[in-house]
Design a protein around this ligand. Structure first.
Ligand SMILES: *Cc1c(COP(=O)(O)O)cnc(C)c1O
Length: 429
């Protein structure tokens, strides 16, 4: 809670108040900054941790976490495949120029048309439910000359000593094809009735509470075992999904597994399970949060600091939706960039609140620092995951996004206008 850091001189933007003010003149009094160098660093660190331990490795970047086109393209250039969970995301990957063979198509909802399109494109497809099997069979039957490769997302128990490892404590995951009730066997039998279908991979993404190494041990071990038991002859990949921790801000002061720890656990199991195999299967990791959370900042101008009874409320040109769409109560790491850093005021407690008309629009709670003043800026850090994709167009247009590449700043999403907000192609006036 007391993690706020004065940024009177240079901050990680390398800008003082004047510099930020200049950007604000161009982009509006609130906007996001994407730190491109840090994004490259995240990609390189994850890639190196795994590749140094298991050569046949790729990263499939989880689009849904943040599908800013510029960011997806940058990751693609670095070497990441596109991991998409809807036709919208699939089409975005095509739109940014991704090679369809480097798209991994996951997700619980796919139509016959989606599957036909992706199979014709030779994308990697993991089917999530039994209904998709009919689509794959239909495609294979009407295209007997095409060798149809397909992966299966599988669902098994990953609880530890009877305790659920899943987010929110869910007892079961709702995704994938259930191993325990025999559905996997059924799916394999069904797909094998068609000669030109090959089952080439298994996928096991689980959203766990603590993203622990133990969970990855269970997931990887199960995937290897199921692959060896059922599809060893045609096996091309093991996809362990996403869900790993990224590098957390120092102020969080918590110990979480590093990229090396995850790689050691996951690659260790693959190396052991496929020891002696001439061509080891491809290992796919699908990071989302770990890749992008710490590469975005949100900058908002302070409009006023006001007092209600004994409490201070700092109003900014921003909303909780811009920084924490899930509205969790933890404060993000943040900095105040003061217009007049030398004015000496006493530290006190204040909340940072937003422009919407909801009582719960708090960007931060009970900060203890010198009270921010009008025309100061507040920088919220670590806002890259689920903000750009989730913040609803509510009450105000969406802010712009600026990419910072070394010392260069370029617009990668313009500030929205009323014309785009109420798009006349879809709204009837
Ligand atoms: C959301 C998702 C991911 C990314 O999860 P993170 O926790 O952001 O790493 C990867 N794979 C699938 C299938 C997903 O749905």
């Amino acid at each position: 809670m007391e993690s706020i850091i004065e940024a009177t001189g240079k901050n990680d933007l390398g800008l003082d108040h004047d510099g930020i003010h200049q950007l604000a003149n161009e982009h509006g009094s609130s906007f996001y900054v994407l730190n491109v160098n840090k994004l490259r660093g995240n990609y390189r660190k994850i890639d190196t941790a795994f590749k140094s331990r298991y050569e046949n490795f790729i990263i499939g970047y989880s689009y849904k976490t943040n599908y800013l086109p510029y960011l997806c393209k940058e990751l693609s250039n670095l070497g990441a495949y596109a991991e998409v969970v809807s036709r919208l995301e699939y089409d975005l990957a095509i739109r940014i120029g991704e090679d369809p063979m480097r798209i991994i198509f996951n997700g619980p909802l796919k139509t016959m048309d989606d599957i036909t399109y992706a199979l014709n494109n030779k994308s990697i497809i993991n089917i999530d439910s039994l209904y998709e099997i009919d689509f794959v069979k239909e495609f294979a039957l009407s295209n007997p000359d095409i060798e149809v490769s397909i992966g299966l997302r599988v669902n098994f128990d990953i609880s530890q000593n009877g305790v659920s490892a899943l987010q929110e404590g869910y007892k079961l995951s709702r995704f994938g094809i259930c191993v325990n009730n025999g559905n996997l066997k059924h799916a394999l039998t069904e797909l094998r009735t068609i000669k030109n279908i090959r089952i080439v991979g298994l996928h096991g993404h689980f959203s766990t509470k603590n993203r622990s190494l133990e969970s990855y041990k269970i997931i990887t071990q199960n995937l290897c075992m199921l692959a060896k038991e059922n599809i060893l002859d045609s096996l091309e990949y093991i996809d362990v999904g996403g869900g790993i921790y990224g590098e957390l801000p120092e102020s969080y002061n918590t110990n979480v597994p590093t990229f090396d720890d995850y790689a050691e656990t996951i690659c260790g199991i693959l190396n052991k399970e496929f020891d002696g195999l001439e061509k080891k299967p491809l290992l796919i990791l699908e990071p989302g949060v770990a890749m992008v959370a710490n590469v975005f900042l949100f900058i908002a101008e302070v409009i006023e600091s006001k007092k209600i009874r004994d409490e201070y409320f700092v109003l900014v040109d921003g909303s909780v939706h811009n920084v924490k769409p899930t509205m969790h109560k933890n404060n993000l790491p943040m900095r105040i960039v003061r217009k007049n850093p030398d004015i000496d005021t006493v530290k006190q407690s204040f909340n940072i609140v937003g422009y919407t008309c909801m009582e719960k629009d708090y960007l931060a709670f009970e900060i203890k620092d010198r009270l921010p003043m009008k025309d100061d800026y507040i920088i919220f850090e670590n806002v890259g995951a689920y903000t750009i994709v989730f913040n609803p167009p509510f009450i105000k247009e969406r802010p712009g996004i600026v990419a910072m590449n070394h010392t260069e700043f370029t617009t990668v999403r313009r500030k929205e206008t009323i014309k785009q907000f109420f798009n006349e192609e879809i709204y009837i006036f």
